[in-house]
Design a protein around this ligand. Structure first.
Ligand code: SF4
Ligand code: MSK
Length: 647
């Protein structure tokens, strides 16, 4: 049975998406929204997690008449196995991204990096110091090779636990040890999870779920954290940077190149190459002023954070961007790039170019990115896009005017610097503001969009609601782009709606109330920030004691499942706007939503309504504040310059 047709204004939040979705209808283009309708009512066995395809005696499903699969697996086993497989896939995706960057760092250290260099010496020293790598009287390359080898070992460790776990507060590490969820090497964890979930291996739902938490820690405190640290060394630690968001960033007069996916290596080179004199000359010869580079999803977030390159949109705008008819080339790499892109592009003149050997799509051109000569490679691809500009059919072009200014680039180092001032980087003012109840707590709002709900709606309503209630918001991924499009990533706009306490602190120390911290792998920056707060003192000994919550309002990917798990395993409650596929097992649901809290200090909560989610968040923050004994009334005294200097 087909679903009832949903009106455009109920599908998407922002004006640009509404305009282009209507154009897509007129141009007879299928998008994820029409395909979602065509799917009809989705499979209940799948959505409750009780469908098992793990062996070929099946597929089996659990029904009122059949409480076990052919092998005897019950609903608990099947749901838990499916869940662990999702976490493993998410961990693999983030971590493989991290591995590619580590291999790049190793090449750079060996003098074989081509156009890549160690851009951020301070990040190199900072990271080496975290792992006690000697930096005295050694070249950057010597330090980098030690670091790269250590990181590669993090993937391969067979019997030892990840060294990167030691970046967590000591008490946190003890909790993981107590519950035996300290992961071994990243690859080992993913392989073991696949083995564990093979027919006839692990059938105890609790054991399977503990393994899911253990594997997820190999993501958040392993692969993702490594990806983030190596990106900072190679491409620079982000600092606040101005930019613009939404489809209105596309150019009417210049060739548009849109990068999409997750890995920053080629896009970093594109960001440099678009301003190269050779490219400008080539563009002028083609009758245009230059090339307009923008991004979608997390590749966008990577080059936004470091170069201020504009963001054309988030996950569910990838097809809409093509429907503008104004894109000469979309470059796709890994993760979150829809297989439908070449088909949508075929209705216009857009060329879809895949730059990752492992991520190809029928209809896309595969471009072998020469990593040894990355800048040259970037120029070749840009010239191809310029050549395609002459094929743009103006009759098919409609670029929406909607776009908003924003500020991004809030790495932990940047936040610390802003909080502490020029001479002493510190999180102290934030801790003091939380203790004094000017800031109620800190909330990470992360994750994707999902056609099951109105795009960006939950994210934007929730963000506004929490900012009003004096909650400091940290954002990553597509949720951060939602706020960018909404105009909430400028201090002025966010301060206008912020509660008095939050406003006062943000104005005094000069940070906005909603901080864009980067891409999906940069969720590890949120863990890093939480660790800094714990280490600064006064708010408990581990992350579970902090007044902090993670929220994934419109998530859809397996990576989001892994992220949710490493937040919970780190003691942080996570609210989901979309449920996990676990409803078929009461035991699994109870373990994830209740028992996890007793083990790790955090658990999952499902809340489909953003206002209710905000209320739930405030309750969790209040509970943590009560436990810490800091839930007192706000003192009336304001920060002044004298206070700030003393701090
Ligand atoms: Fe069915 Fe068991 Fe095979 Fe799953 S593993 S498909 S439940 S027989
Ligand atoms: S891109 S994982 S849709 S956030 Fe990181 Fe966006 Fe989700 Fe992909």
């Amino acid at each position: 049975m087909a679903k009832e047709k949903i009106k455009i204004e109920d599908r998407v939040w922002d004006a640009a998406s509404k305009e282009i979705l209507s154009k897509a209808e007129n141009d007879c283009i299928d998008t994820c929204f029409t395909r979602s309708d065509a799917q009809g009512v989705q499979c209940k066995f799948g959505s409750s997690g009780v469908c098992c395809r793990i062996c070929h005696m099946g597929p089996c499903k659990i029904t009122p008449k059949a409480s076990r699969g052919i092998c005897g697996a019950d609903a608990d086993t099947i749901v838990a196995r499916n869940f662990l497989r999702e976490v493993s896939a998410g961990t693999a995706a983030h971590s493989d991204h991290g591995r590619h960057l580590v291999l790049r760092l190793k090449k750079v250290a060996e003098g074989k990096g081509g156009d890549y260099h160690i851009k951020d010496e301070e990040a190199l020293y900072r990271t080496a110091d975290m792992y006690n790598i000697n930096c005295d009287d050694r070249t950057n390359e010597e330090i980098a090779i030690d670091l790269a080898n250590l990181f590669l070992e993090e993937f391969m460790l067979q019997e030892d636990q990840l060294k990167t776990l030691r970046l967590a507060p000591l008490n946190q590490q003890n909790i993981w040890k107590q519950h035996n969820i300290k992961p071994l090497g990243v690859d080992r964890m993913v392989v073991e999870s696949l083995h564990r979930t093979h027919i006839g291996v692990d059938h105890d739902y609790k054991n399977l779920l503990k393994s899911a938490f253990k594997t997820s820690l190999a993501d958040g405190w392993g692969g993702s954290r490594i990806a983030m640290m190596v990106s900072d060394i190679l491409f620079g630690t982000p600092v606040p940077v101005k930019s613009t968001a939404n489809l209105g960033v596309l150019s009417e007069t210049c060739p548009n190149i849109v990068v999409h996916g997750h890995e920053p290596e080629l896009s970093e080179m594109l960001a440099i190459a678009v301003n190269d004199p050779e490219i400008i000359k080539y563009a002028k010869a083609a009758g245009v002023e230059g090339v307009n580079l923008s991004g979608i999803c997390c590749t966008a977030n990577e080059i936004l954070m470091r170069h201020g390159i504009p963001v054309a949109g988030n996950f569910l705008q990838q097809e809409l961007a093509l429907v503008t008819g104004a894109i000469e080339m979309m470059l796709i790499d890994v993760q979150c790039c829809m297989p439908s892109l070449p088909e949508v592009a075929a209705a216009y003149h857009t060329e879809i170019v895949s730059t990752a050997e492992m991520a190809q799509t029928i209809g896309a051109t595969y471009f072998k990115f020469d990593e040894e000569n990355a800048l040259e490679s970037a120029k070749v691809i840009i010239k191809k896009a310029i050549d395609n500009f002459k094929n743009r059919d103006q009759a098919k072009v409609a670029i929406p005017s909607a776009k908003k200014p924003m500020i991004a680039g809030f790495s932990v180092q940047a936040i610390k610097h802003m909080l502490g001032g020029t001479f002493r980087s510190t999180f102290r003012p934030l801790n003091d503001a939380i203790i004094a109840n000017r800031i109620k707590g800190v909330v990470g709002i992360v994750g994707c969009n999902n056609p099951k709900s109105k795009v960006d709606s939950y994210i934007n309503i929730l963000t506004r609601e929490l900012v009003k209630k004096n909650v400091l918001i940290l954002k990553t991924g597509c949720a951060a782009i939602s706020s960018g499009k909404e105009g909430l990533l400028t201090p002025e706009a966010a301060l206008e709606i912020a509660g008095d306490g939050l406003k006062e602190v943000c104005e005094a120390v000069g940070i906005p109330p909603v901080l864009h911290m980067g891409s999906c792998v940069d969720n590890s920056r949120i863990l890093e920030a939480a660790t800094e707060v714990v280490l600064e003192g006064g708010l408990g000994d581990d992350l579970s004691q902090l007044p902090a919550v993670g929220i994934a309002p419109e998530w859809m990917s397996e990576k989001a499942v892994a992220i949710g798990c490493y937040f919970v395993a780190s003691g942080i409650d996570v609210i989901l706007g979309q449920p996990f596929n676990i409803a078929g097992s009461d035991n699994v649901t109870r373990f994830l939503n209740e028992e996890a809290k007793e083990l790790f200090g955090g658990a999952f909560h499902y809340e489909p309504d953003p206002i209710e989610a905000a209320k739930k968040t405030l309750t969790i923050l209040d509970e943590a504040r009560n436990n810490l004994g800091i839930n007192k009334k706000v003192e009336r005294k304001l920060f002044d310059m004298k206070d700030r200097r003393e701090m």
